[in-house]
Design a protein around this ligand. Structure first.
Ligand SMILES: [Zn+2]
Ligand SMILES: [Zn+2]
Length: 365
């Protein structure tokens, strides 16, 4: 059996789709047939070269794509259960945690795989070498031994289920980490894929007023459909925005979430908070982009600033439950624009232009 793989050779070069023979899984491995894979913000950063150096020691060529959903094609020896002990068999729908802690460091030992130095590196493999299928933009994905994956139920819509293992679990975990509480007022900066999901998750977690800030009108409209109570258009008038947030929240937001991917948003978002407020930073992942900071404000106003990267793997199942509760209420499908696999370069171009909240690649039915 053969399968297609999109090879990423270097920044600025188009992805090349090549065919390889699908190897048999080794002991502990699982071969997943990829159904849908999304272009995540970090894929865009890697594709355009902004984030590549940040990962240090990376190599070309690689296969991009980590936000995907698929079905088990073949189980390697010794794999009979998913990561919570559910029996699995070929054909089962699964969501794969795209990183893996080393299991032998202090952070892993504390149950913080997401903070392990090796978490992302340990699943990266070079393209064009066996097992070839080492990223989401391919017909298959080889799950490494020890890499967590979870069986999903078949009643979960495919389009949104592809977002479970990155965007959705990221915002769900982040909002839990920042301690979002019942009735808390929340400002979400950025209404891309993560921002839209953050609105819906915040509401699901019992947030009070949810305010969304973005520059693009159509995204703000969509944010309302995802549950936003107020939207604020990003324009020149940052003082006006701060005043508006303070007015709506009667003094400042309990929680502010940065999902804009821009450190300028952080400088502004700090001013949205009430005294004692909490700030969650998850979008500004490009290194060496800075903002002017005045720590005396954080101290004087008892502010909490927290960065969150990755998530606790078990969050994948919480995300599935979230979808089940909300699939009839929230128009998840509207956040995606779907391209066929053959059009992956066109898909990347439109993702770089930030035309749609999330670009999805349909790999197979
Ligand atoms: Zn991602
Ligand atoms: Zn570790």
């Amino acid at each position: 059996m053969k399968g297609r793989v999109s090879i990423f050779r270097d920044t600025g070069k188009p992805l090349e789709i090549k065919e390889f023979e699908v190897p048999d899984p080794k002991e502990g491995e699982v071969v997943v047939r990829v159904l849908r894979a999304n272009i995540c913000g970090s894929d865009i950063h890697m594709f355009s070269g902004e984030a590549f150096k940040a990962f240090g020691g990376l190599f070309y060529p690689i296969v991009l794509g980590h936000e995907f959903v698929g079905r088990i094609e073949k189980l390697g020896k010794g794999v009979e259960k998913d990561s919570i002990g559910k029996s699995i068999s070929e054909g089962d729908l699964v969501s794969v945690c795209y990183f893996r802690g080393c299991g032998r460091c202090k952070n892993c030992s504390l149950g913080q795989e997401y903070a392990c130095f090796q978490s992302l590196v340990s699943v990266l493999r070079e393209a064009e070498k066996p097992p070839f299928f080492v990223g989401g933009f391919a017909d298959f994905y080889f799950v490494r031994p020890g890499q967590k994956f979870y069986k999903l139920d078949d009643d979960i819509p495919l389009d949104i289920s592809a977002a479970i293992n990155c965007a959705l679990s990221q915002v769900l975990f982040g909002l839990r980490e920042i301690g979002l509480g019942y009735g808390d007022s929340v400002v979400i900066q950025g209404a891309g894929g993560l921002g839209l999901l953050a609105v819906a998750v915040a509401k699901d977690m019992g947030a009070g007023k949810v305010i969304v800030v973005d520059a693009i009108e159509s995204r703000l409209e969509l944010a309302k459909e995802f549950g936003a109570d107020y939207t604020i258009k990003l324009d020149e008038d940052f003082r006006g925005r701060i005043a508006k947030v303070k007015e709506i929240t009667e003094g400042g937001a309990d929680v502010v979430v940065e999902l804009a991917g821009n450190p300028k948003a952080v400088a502004e978002g700090i001013k949205y908070m009430r005294r004692g407020g909490r700030y969650l930073v998850m979008g500004a992942i490009n290194p060496k982009q800075k903002f002017d900071a005045d720590p005396s404000v954080w101290i004087g106003e008892n502010l909490t600033l927290k960065g969150v990267s990755l998530y606790h793997p078990h969050t994948i199942l919480l995300s599935q439950n979230f979808i089940r509760r909300n699939k009839d209420k929230i128009p998840f499908g509207k956040m995606f624009y779907v391209f066929d696999f053959e059009k992956i370069n066109e898909a990347f171009r439109s993702a770089v232009e930030r035309k749609y909240p999330r670009v999805q690649i349909k790999i197979s039915e």
